[in-house]
Design a protein around this ligand. Structure first.
Ligand SMILES: Nc1ncnc2c1ncn2[C@@H]1O[C@H](COP(=O)(O)OP(=O)(O)OP(=O)(O)O)[C@@H](O)[C@H]1O
Length: 487
């Protein structure tokens, strides 16, 4: 098979400005893009909001041929497709919401020998379909298959926090099209996950260009607030949000906002809850207190979810705060999210980092608050143990080594998150970077509750948490066994 036509010289700075409307590359974007344009396989691990998407979008725009982007979530796909269409880039997506007429038109274009489409976004499930694989072979034979981009590549690994079995079949690409370069992007891979992804995709570790950047997000202020079952933590949050509104109403600030056409009460934020039920109750409670809040979870109709997302991104009144389950998160890009709150401890360290990473994507200071209670910790442990048992006993379950390791990895990730919450002895930025093992000690400059005032943090913990003795008595009584799985 003759290799794909590769572009020789191209002014990527010009394309960055002209097509993507950005003045300069962020550190290391240029190097990643150059490696991709040189036809290398690339593994890019970098912090949330680093700008990983540009590293496969820009090569797709300047190079010959088609880039296939594999993405795990519909919302994430639509979010990226919409922003590229706004920049007049020829981009298409085939997913469960694509009409058969548009699907037909897209597939015709792909097979015409010189497709207009620069990027095609699809799910890993779609890549498993025979008819799509046949079309890929046609595109490849016509030398128009430029590269494969795998977004949120940690989903490939059974050791990862968001494992999706269909991602494993992506090994098909290197098996069938060995000379088509692959670029993998993720913000949340430990070294074990990284190695597993490389092996699963059959990438050659000796020639692969690996970019392993720090997970540090210096503009995020990390904070843990302690809670217990005896007290409702809603007033604590509402007071905090109202205080932020009040600060924006002060004459000078209000005038500044009004010249930028920004409402004083438009402080975009996300609150993550574990359960759909909590999500709706909390959104309603906030609305009752005059906050523009909407629920978002997988149980809501697709059209309602899409409308909520569009209006939130557009800063529309009534859509300032999204109260969501994890159905909302991975990859969502809205630049001015000023806070992310975890209403209770999430299921994994990676999930926490990923969700907190929705904040401050414009580089401005933003707050990430975690409400942590030991009762929630014990509930999460109970849920996790039941999940593991249920999966193990499911018909056709893979009772193999990797399956067991996945259960252990999830437990380790949860334990790391509990330690992060219980921590009153070190910088939270340092804990995060150490977890992913990807860099030197980050600069914090008072951007976490420990570095800001360690003594106050210690006192708040002492006052706020239920005692371990009390929690273990409750556990023995089966108080944490109530279980509903609807996230
Ligand atoms: N060179 C640049 N200059 C200015 N803005 C940029 C640049 N590169 C990317 N961005 C912007 O940064 C934001 C984050 O980019 P992107 O969504 O690709 O992040 P990501 O690395 O995929 O993060 P995550 O892992 O959290 O999804 C986007 O709004 C994007 O337009």
């Amino acid at each position: 098979m003759p290799p794909h036509k590769r572009i020789r010289r191209v002014d990527i700075d010009f394309t960055l400005r002209r097509v993507f409307g950005k003045d300069t590359f962020r550190p290391f974007q240029r190097e990643v893009i150059q490696a991709a344009l040189d036809g290398e396989d690339v593994f890019l691990q970098a912090a949330t909001s680093f700008g990983k998407s540009l590293c496969f979008q820009l090569p797709a725009v300047v190079d010959y041929g088609l880039t296939i982007v594999i993405s795990p979530l519909l919302a994430l796909m639509n979010n990226q497709v919409a922003s590229m269409r706004a920049a007049n880039i020829q981009v298409a997506t085939i997913n469960s919401t694509t009409s058969s007429a548009s699907k037909k038109a897209i597939l015709e274009d792909l097979q015409c020998g010189h497709p207009l489409t620069r990027l095609l976004y699809v799910t890993p499930e779609y890549c498993q379909m025979d008819h799509f694989r046949r079309i890929l072979r046609v595109i490849y034979t016509q030398q128009e298959l430029a590269r494969i981009a795998i977004d949120e590549a940690h989903c490939i690994s059974e050791w990862g926090h968001d494992f999706r079995p269909s991602f494993q079949s992506l090994s098909f690409f290197k098996e069938e099209f060995p000379d088509v370069p692959i670029i993998c992007c993720t913000a949340t891979a430990t070294s074990t996950v990284r190695d597993d992804v490389i092996e699963t995709l059959k990438l050659n570790p000796r020639t692969l260009k690996t970019f392993n950047m720090s997970s540090s997000r210096p503009n995020l202020h990390y904070e843990v607030r302690y809670k217990n079952d005896e007290e409702d933590h809603y007033p604590n949050f509402l007071d905090w949000l109202r205080a932020a509104h009040e600060r924006r109403k002060k004459a000078e600030r209000a005038e500044e906002l009004s010249t930028q056409n920004i409402r004083t009460d438009n402080i975009p934020g996300i609150i993550y809850t574990l359960f759909r039920r909590d999500c709706e109750i909390l959104a309603e409670r906030l609305r009752g207190d005059g906050i523009g809040a909407k629920a978002y979870h997988a149980g809501l109709p697709h059209a309602e979810r899409a409308e909520t997302l569009t209006n939130w991104v557009a800063n529309k009144e009534g859509y300032d705060v999204i109260v969501a389950t994890t159905a909302f998160g991975m990859g969502i890009d809205k630049e001015n999210v000023r806070f992310v709150v975890h209403w209770q401890i999430p299921k994994s360290f990676e999930g926490f980092y990923q969700e907190a990473g929705r904040a401050g994507r414009d580089g401005k200071a933003s707050v990430c608050i975690m409400y942590y209670g030991r009762e929630d910790r014990d509930r999460a442990a109970t849920m996790m143990a039941r999940d593991a048992l249920r999966k193990e006993n499911a018909p056709g379950a893979r009772k193999n080594y990797a399956g067991q390791q996945n259960v252990m990895q999830r437990a380790r990730s949860m334990q790391a998150l509990v330690s992060y919450c219980e921590n009153v002895g070190s910088c939270r930025h340092a804990i995060i970077v150490a977890y992913f093992g990807d860099g030197d000690k980050p600069v914090c400059e008072w951007a976490c509750d420990y570095c800001k005032d360690k003594e106050a943090l210690r006192k708040r913990k002492e006052k706020g948490l239920a005692s371990e003795e009390w929690c273990s008595t409750q556990k023995e009584r089966g108080a944490y066994d109530a279980y509903y799985d609807d996230s």
